[in-house]
Design a protein around this ligand. Sequence first.
Ligand code: GLU
Length: 474
Amino acid sequence: MTASKNPIRTRFAPSPTGFLHIGGARTALFCWLAARATQGQFVLRIEDTDRERSTAESVQAIIDGMAWLGLDADEGPYYQSARMERYRERVDQLLAEGKAYRCYCSRERLDRLREEAMAAGEKPRYDGHCRDLQTPPEGVEPVIRFRNPDEGSVVFEDRVRGRIEISNNELDDLVIMRADGTPTYNFAVVVDDIDMEINLVIRGDDHINNTPRQINIYRALGAEVPEFAHVPMILGGDGQRLSKRHGAVSVLAWREQGYVPDALVNYLARLGWSYGDREVFSRAELIELFQIEDVNRKASRFDTEKLNWLNQHYLREGDRDQLLTELAWHMGRVGLDAVNGPALDDLLSVQADRLETLVELVDQSRPFYQDFEQFEAGAAKKHLRPVAAEPLAALRERLAGLDDWTPDALQAAVQATADDLEIGFGKIGMPLRVALMGHGQSPAINQTLWLVGRDRSLARIDQALAWIEKRVEG
Ligand code: GLU
């Protein structure tokens, strides 16, 4: 199939009944990319007709999640709850034209129909009982049903799945408005997509069975039918449907776990879309290369290792402003303040190479911003031995007189101390590391000194020397 470069006007239409989960975020990303790639528009529509399950927090979580990922909408958010009159209007039109009708069937009758169909091994469907009802029963609030065509079939060319054909006799007369006057999903979505002039509907393939029904409604309303692209679902690494069991599923939970937006965007794009075997794409490259036709038909599997690998890549080479914003957010979350230690840019330049997530990075950077009470017992016992006292003291003296507190000068100072005492670098490096960090993990020792800073380094060496002395006495 050849891809058209006509401007795509599409929408993301979440139901605000929970957070923005990873599947929804990927649908939103594909919509955003399709619009950006064709200089089209991306509309956000909140499908909140289910008043009981929709919450304001969930709307906020969706908006926040998209903002964090950088998926900006050109229009919206529109709210279905604000469009009730419009749905009523369109229902009235269909009623007047005989394309919809009032249905008074009781729950019991519908249940019985279903049971009979099941017993006969058939697919349950409404039998059209109220289609041409002459005398409606009194005191029953009817629902409105769409009069589905009896003949022919619905054919459409899905831009991911290819040609799909469903015979009309497999579709029954769908309820389009409930007795309380609220529209059902299949109706509201069509009215909106017509009014919002959507020309490509991109959504999860869990909706694929709704599409033929919706196409019939477009036609009944006298509207042009848009194109469709149904994207496959995301599975966990074990091939099961993605759920909480597989770790974080909400977009903002990925933030809390230390992933950066560009890494997640890159990862989500590749989860179902591919361009050769390339893995790393900037946003600009995605916009340039993305075509909805290139989305795979098969479900994709979530792969945390690959996400970690990409996150590592973006920590090293990603957009600096984005990294600094995220890093500051993580620092704030654990109560650390950059004014109490090295500039975040310096921190990043040292730590980004070593760690996969910002959570690890901040966790391992605590001693640069905050003093610690105690040395970790095992590390102190192993490395803060009496033999370490002399090199630590000698180094302290040299550091106190050092003019230039830079990684190079610090490297030279440690080396010179080791040379003077005719000991290996490690004999001084490990005790120094424990002295500075409280434990045995840190970046290269000169970078550690650099980040800890002069005053703190000297004070911490003193603290280590005191600890060794006490150990000797004790
Ligand atoms: N509100 C629907 C959902 O969340 C939207 C489906 C569609 O895009 O048509 O699944």
